[in-house]
Structures are given as C-alpha cells and as structure tokens.
Design a protein. Sequence first.
Length: 387
Amino acid sequence: MIFRRTLTTELTNAAGGVFVALFTIFLTMTLIKMLGQAANGRIASEAVFALIAFASLNALPLLLPPTFFIAVLLVLTRWYRDHEMVIWLSSGLSLKGFVRPVLRVALPLALIVALCAFVISPWANRQTTEMKQRFERRSDTSRVAPGEFSESGGAQRVFFIESISENGRDVHNVFISQQRPAEHGMEQSVLFANSGKVGEVVNGENFLVLENGRRYDGNPGLGPFDVVMFERYGVLLDAKPDLSPISFTTNAVSTGQLLRALNKPDGAPARAEVARRIGWPLMVLTLALLAIPLSYAALRAGRSMNVLLALLLFAIYNNLSYLVQARVFQERLSFGVGWWLTHGCVLLTALWLMFWRENGRHRVGMVLGRWRARVVARRAMNALRDV
C-alpha cells in the first residue's frame, strides 16, 4: 500500500513537471511561428491567440505520451540511484510489481489522450482550418488597412494606403501594383493617387475609386512604360469571390465520419487517420511499460541524458507509427494490422526487457557457461587424442 501510494504520488508530480516544461517549449515555438505568420499577412493578427489555443489542444496527444514516459524513467532511475529500488526489490517485490501502479496512473492519462485524439484534436484542427481559409477568402475591401501592404485574394494585386478617414471610406496617398492581361501575356500596372474612396458600388460591384493620380503600364526591362494621368479611376474589388465550401484534411474530420468511411473503396485516408488516432492512447501504455526496464539501463546516465534518451526513443517510436500510417494510406498494409503493429512490437520489447532484467540474464549466463565448458572439454579431448 505504501509502495503504490509513494510511486503514484511521485509519478504524478514528475509528470506534471515534465508536462509544464514540454508545453512551455511548444507554446513558445508556436507563438513565434504564429507571430511570424501574422507579420507576413498569412493570418489575421487578432486571431493569433485563438490559433495558439487550437494548436495547444491539437498538441495534447503528442505531448502527453512522452510526458509520462519521461516521468516514469526519471522516478525509477532516481530510485535506483538513491538505492530505494534495492529496498523494494529485497522486500520481495519484482519488476512485475511495478506494472500495476504504473498502469494505474497511465490508464486515466490514456483515456484523456483518447478523448483528445478522437474528439478535441479534430475539432481544433477544423476550427483552425476554417479560420485560416476564411482569412484567405476575405474580400479585398476588408484587406485594406492604413500603413500596410496588403495582397488581394489571388495575390495578383498589392495595396498600400497611407491613411484612411474615420468613416472608413476616404483614403489618401494610395499605391497599387497589379498584374493585367495584355497582348503578350501579363503586364505590370502601377497606380498612384492622392486620394480615393473605398466601397463605391456600381451595378452591384465594389470599386476603389482613385482621384488625381497616374497609371504606369509595362514590364521592367522590356521597353518604355505607358503613362496615363487620370482624375478618377475605378479599381474593381472582389471580382470573383470564392464561394466554394471549405475543404478539410483528414485530421480535421470527425471520428464518426472517418468510421463511416472505413469500408469504402476510397477510404484509405480514413483508415490511416483512424489508425493514427488509435495509436496515441496505446502509445501512453506501451511507453509506460517500456520505461520500467529501461530505468535500470539509464541508471549510469545523468538526469539530462535520461530525458534525451526518452525523447530519442519517443521520436523513433513516433516515426515508425507514421511510417505504418503511410503504408495504410498507400494501401500497402491492411488497417487490421496497421493500427496495432508498431505498438505490439514495442509492447513485446518492453515485456522481453522486463523478463531479461529479472531472470533472463542469469539463464543466458548459465547457457553460455555450459557452452563454454563443452567447448573446453572438446578441445581437451582432441588434445589427448593427438597425444
């Protein structure tokens, strides 16, 4: 009772500390990435924190398995180093006795990972995709912002407006660079205007009406530019708005829809995605069992080396899982084998290492000793025969 309570408490505390460290690293990297995308105009600046929140929810199935793996490895390695393990083992406890208390902590965590993998993560991916695609499809009128270069939806036009009035319609010092169809392909057109009005509606279409400006048509290095001076010039906005439905990748599709598509002829992507989602909770359990025998092997390494070893093993495990997922996607491996293949191999490895740590080494040593004795005896008999 004392053993289980002690191990459960230490595993919980260690897992909490490891998760905070890993989540902080992930959050920092995601924040840098999102701020860079917002600065480049790929996402809306007001959506940065929402996208970070969705990315954090999506990353939970990826962060929780190595979190508990590192926690088990750190706790048991410290027990070996502080000779606490000697006390527990000398009292009649074997490595098999660690399986139940470790799984007692791992099972609730695996259920949380399953909830994230099957429900929360697809929802977060769906929200992220919708937010990004709506930003890409926003109207040219909404893209106009004072003091910023803004691209149109098709990236064929670049706006710059120095200032805009309080009513949001009158603009000043406007620069527009756009591609225009010409006789010999596309032609560069640059417009400058002192002022203009945004949102002029003519025949149901939105125009940016420029006043008192110039237009330069031509291609750099291919002859002179045509210069046109104008008092009023209309630039069509939102010529062909994209009204097509938003497309989602398989990681943003709900689990129910994926399960309904498993047996369809074109259901290979669904089968691969379901195999990936099943793998996350299984990874928590297999890594927890693998950490029990590995803690003795990591005894001589330092604390930081244990963490690096755990991350390296998790990276190998995760890459193998993605490799199997790719095989299922390519229909080179059946779904019935693909969802458990990698995890079954890791589970067998963990059980074999546990058996080896308890009594396998002694049995192998006895077998090797007998083999060496037989070799020596045969050599002695051959030497006597030669004499």
